[in-house]
Design a protein around this ligand. Structure first.
Ligand SMILES: NC(=O)c1ccc[n+]([C@@H]2O[C@H](COP(=O)([O-])OP(=O)(O)OC[C@H]3O[C@@H](n4cnc5c(N)ncnc54)[C@H](O)[C@@H]3O)[C@@H](O)[C@H]2O)c1
Length: 319
């Protein structure tokens, strides 16, 4: 199989590239504009003759079409993955997520490629009324531009499945942790503690409850689904069967770093506009296919801290 990965130089995409290349029958084409992606993440992939890197933008329709030629399956991971800054540049989520996804679908259509795996998000559930939140929970009241743009992408994928006989796999992730992680609260806390280990300022009240998934478990979940689920539109939550408070996470991070910072809080239930104070997805559906995560949330946090400690360059590379 020849896989095309948009955003394949990013955190999740580069992990998928390596995972696919570990199977000898696979070829991988990564398409990335390097806005947040890093060449270093593709160090191993670039040594592999079954791997091709194309520097390109999803908003460049012609290049996208041309680059996809000969591929069998598309993983569309490229996006503006930053949830917090949505209200500062509202057009970014629309362009980088929704319009870019439309371009990816059109490029697939032009190349007669019919299968796509898409990274959506648990943010589409807004402030869910059913917790743990199953895929068919009542929604959507959108609370972030990011979630709204991703939900629009989901709609496009489903419409292409119906209209053009595509087979689509929509993954609603909780936050993902692990090697090559470059954005999110563990990154922010480690960066702040590296600069000043004596104190830590936390957005919200620290009691926000969140679920997290380790990136390698996430990769296995995605492959399990695309290899076993066979509906036209396949929607799967991906997460762990547990959640933690931001304060728990701060404790694990501090312990691993060997620091004891004085904590202060911005206050309020939410860390930012659109922050959901309780994210916990029901993952029975993906578990019914035989997948289960190997890492606990605590192990995922610790592996992330260890990655960041041994790769301090990522702090300079991304703010
Ligand atoms: N990391 C998480 O916790 C998480 C949770 C839920 C959903 N997601 C989704 O998973 C996907 C991957 O997220 P990530 O954490 O790896 O983010 P990331 O920022 O590390 O990766 C995104 C990649 O896409 C590339 N990119 C961005 N815009 C592009 C464009 N216009 N054209 C070509 N390439 C472009 C970037 O250079 C980067 O390599 C995103 O769609 C994100 O919304 C991530």
């Amino acid at each position: 199989m020849k896989y095309f990965i948009t955003g394949g130089a990013g955190f999740i995409g580069s992990n998928m590239a390596d995972r696919l290349l570990s199977e000898l029958e696979n070829e991988v084409v990564v398409y990335d504009n390097f806005s947040t992606g890093r060449r270093e993440f593709l160090e191993d992939a670039l040594k592999n003759e079954r791997f091709t890197l194309i520097e390109g933008d999803n908003l460049d329709e012609e290049k996208l079409k041309e680059s996809m030629k000969g591929c069998d399956f598309v993983f569309h991971f490229a996006a503006n993955a930053d949830v917090r800054m949505g209200t500062e540049h509202p057009e970014k989520d629309l362009k980088q997520n929704t319009i870019a996804t439309f371009n990816v679908l059109e490029a697939m259509r032009a190349n007669n490629i019919k299968r796509i795996g898409f990274s959506s998000t648990g943010s589409v559930y807004g402030e869910a009324t059913v917790i743990p939140t199953p895929e068919d929970a009542p929604f959507p009241i959108q609370t972030s531009l990011y979630g709204a743009s991703k939900l629009a992408c989901e709609g496009l994928l489903a419409a292409y499945a119906e209209g053009f006989d595509f087979q689509v796999y929509i993954f609603r992730f909780v936050s993902i942790l692990g090697e090559r992680y470059t954005h999110g609260h563990v990154f922010d806390f480690c960066k702040k503690l590296k600069d000043d280990p004596t104190q830590l300022y936390i957005l919200g009240n620290g009691k926000q409850r969140k679920s997290y998934l380790y990136v390698k478990d996430c990769m296995e979940a995605i492959l399990t689904v695309i290899r076993n689920a066979d509906e036209k539109v396949n929607i799967y939550n991906l997460g762990t069967d547990e959640y933690c408070e931001v304060n728990d996470s701060v404790g694990w991070i501090s312990k691993r770093l060997g620091v004891d910072p004085k904590l202060s809080y911005a206050g309020g239930e939410r860390g930012w506009i659109g922050d959901n104070p309780f994210i916990y997805l029901d993952t029975k559906k993906v578990r019914s296919l035989g997948w289960k995560p190997k890492a606990t949330i605590e192990e995922g946090v610790v592996k992330t801290v260890e990655y960041l400690m041994s790769n301090p360059w990522v702090f300079e590379a991304r703010n």
